[in-house]
Design a protein around this ligand. Structure first.
Ligand code: IMP
Ligand code: MG
Length: 194
C-alpha cells in the first residue's frame, strides 16, 4: 500500500527536531559570526544550493551585517522521492555571475554524505574565487563519506531523515517552519522497507 501523506504537511511529522524559535536564534548567531569573519571583504557572494537551502539563505542573508550578493545553483544528487545520495551530482542550474576574485560562501541546507559539497567546492574552486567557505544549517556527521571542512554548522543532527525549513521529501514539506522527522511509514518504501 502506498502512503502519500496528509493534506496538511504538519500531520505527517513524527517529531519536531528543531523548532522555529531555535532556528531563528541560531541563524542570528551564524549571521553575526559570518559578518565578523569577513572583516575587510567587500566582495562576498552567498551561493545558495537550490532548492533545499532557499529558506535558510533567505533568513541568513538578512542576519549578516555586511554587503553581500547572492547567486544560486541547483544540483541534484538524489532521485525524486529517494532518501539516499547517489554520489552522482548533476548541475541543473549554473551560476549567473562570475566569482573570480570573490569571497564565496556556499550556503547548504544539510550535509549528509558530503558528496554534493565535495563536488561543488571542486567545481567552484576551478573558477578562481579568492576564498571558499561553507555554511550548512544541518550536519549529519555519522553519514559522511568524504572529508570536508565545514566552516559553520547550525545544528548537528542524528542520522534521521528530516524535512521542513526548505528540506523536502518528494518535493513536499519544504514550507514547514521547523525541522522535523517524517513519520516512518511515509518513506519506508523509498528505503526498501516494505
Ligand atoms: P550529500 O551529498 O549526501 O551530502 O547530500 C546532500 C543533499 O541531500 C542535501 O542538500 C539534501 O538535498 C539531501 N538530503 C540529505 N539528507 C537529507 C534529509 O535528511 N532530508 C532531506 N534532504 C536530505
Ligand atoms: Mg540540498
Amino acid at each position: 500500500m502506498s502512503n502519500t501523506g496528509s493534506a496538511n504537511p504538519h500531520d505527517d511529522i513524527a517529531e519536531i527536531l528543531i523548532d522555529e524559535a531555535a532556528i531563528k536564534t541560531r541563524v542570528e548567531e551564524l549571521g553575526a559570526e559570518i559578518g565578523a569573519a569577513y572583516t575587510g571583504s567587500d566582495s562576498i557572494v552567498l551561493i545558495s544550493v537550490l532548492k533545499g537551502a532557499l529558506v535558510f539563505v533567505a533568513d541568513l542573508m538578512r542576519a549578516i551585517p555586511r554587503n553581500v550578493s547572492i547567486d544560486v545553483m541547483e544540483v541534484s544528487s538524489y532521485g525524486g522521492g529517494n532518501t539516499e545520495s547517489s554520489g552522482t551530482v548533476r548541475i541543473l542550474k549554473d551560476l549567473s555571475g562570475t566569482i573570480e576574485g570573490r569571497d564565496v560562501l556556499i550556503v547548504e541546507d544539510i550535509i549528509d554524505t558530503g558528496l554534493t559539497l565535495n563536488y561543488l567546492t571542486g567545481y567552484l574552486g576551478g573558477k578562481s574565487p579568492r576564498s571558499i567557505r561553507i555554511v550548512t544549517l544541518l550536519n549529519k556527521p555519522a553519514r559522511r563519506l568524504v572529508d570536508l571542512k565545514v566552516d559553520w554548522t547550525g545544528f548537528e543532527i542524528p542520522d534521521k531523515f528530516v524535512v521542513g525549513y526548505g528540506l523536502d521529501f518528494g518535493e513536499k514539506y519544504r514550507n514547514l517552519r521547523y525541522v522535523g522527522v517524517l513519520k516512518r511509514e511515509l518513506y519506508a518504501s523509498a528505503i526498501g522497507e516494505a
